[in-house]
Design a protein around this ligand. Structure first.
Ligand SMILES: Nc1ncnc2c1ncn2[C@@H]1O[C@H](COP(=O)(O)OP(=O)(O)O)[C@@H](O)[C@H]1O
Ligand SMILES: [Mg+2]
Length: 257
């Protein structure tokens, strides 16, 4: 199983949309996908129609020894399963003060589920929190959706610094890549920011920016519509996925086997 964290310490940059669209595109290629909602706000879970109340079973239960096999739920797409967000996730920070080892709960749970999925996509919260640290400790690749807006580039720098810090402590390489999002080719600032991002090394920045597309605005439709989706936005995600698959580093565990 490959584990991709979709993270940026800035909100509203397209993390949840990216997780959802990449999951759909991977499922279209017949991969088995686990979507993990790590954001206490639960936008991904809401997109799948899972209400916050009564609390669903899901991601928080992993921190009490729960197993993905018991907690993941079916979605309208046969190849996609979901671990839903739970309000209790917001209390983890407090628990971590008295309970060491919580930083690796997600890693442990995903390792147990390795054989059940081809990909796990982690939709991260926009804050530097225990949940984000769990995602960065567990993943083999970090995808940073970055809005093509001059201010958003600051969020990117913070995210890359956090990734470097976690990489040092986990002693395992963490491939990181940037996916330009919300690209509006009619605006100068979008164009200039994309150019600035594209000056970073090749393998780091996806050459296919995700355009602004109103069809991507409705996460509930993306989540529930079972048939093949079309449109500029989803097609850009298909191209981005192709690039992600082409630039994927060998799986350390598969290589060792
Ligand atoms: N490419 C896009 N085109 C149009 N709207 C988008 C696009 N990507 C995201 N959005 C919208 O922008 C808002 C923020 O996106 P979201 O994926 O929830 O970001 P995050 O998870 O980083 O907070 C949402 O309303 C979403 O529907
Ligand atoms: Mg989100």
């Amino acid at each position: 199983m490959r584990i991709w964290a979709i993270a940026n310490q800035k909100g509203g940059v397209g993390k949840t949309t990216t997780a959802l669209c990449l999951a759909r595109c991977l499922a279209d290629l017949d991969h088995r996908v686990l979507l993990v909602d790590l954001d206490p706000h639960g936008s991904l879970s809401r997109a799948f129609g899972i209400p916050a109340e009564p609390p669903p079973k899901g991601t928080y239960d992993l921190f009490d020894g729960g197993k993905i096999a018991d907690l993941a739920r079916a979605t309208p797409h046969p190849a996609i399963r979901l671990l839903a967000a739970q309000a209790g996730m917001a209390t983890l920070e407090r628990r971590s003060a008295t309970q060491p080892g919580l930083g690796l709960s997600l890693h442990r749970a995903l390792q147990e589920a390795r054989a059940d999925y081809d990909y796990a996509l982690l939709d991260c919260p926009p804050t530097l929190s225990l949940l984000l640290v769990n995602a960065l400790a567990a993943c083999d690749r970090l995808i940073v959706p970055t809005q093509t807006d001059p201010l958003a580039v600051h969020g990117l720098e913070g995210m890359l610094r956090t990734a470097a810090m976690v990489e040092r402590s986990r002693k395992r390489p963490l491939q990181r890549q940037i996916l330009p999002t919300l690209y509006d080719r009619r605006t100068r600032s979008s164009h200039d920011t994309l150019e600035r991002l594209q000056q970073l090394p090749d393998a780091l920045v996806c050459p296919w920016p995700i355009p602004v597309d109103t069809r991507l605005r409705d996460a509930a439709t993306l989540a529930s519509h079972p048939r093949h989706l079309g449109g500029r936005g989803i097609n850009a995600y298909r191209d981005a996925l192709q690039w992600l698959l082409e630039t994927q580093q060998p799986d350390a565990q598969e290589a060792a086997a």
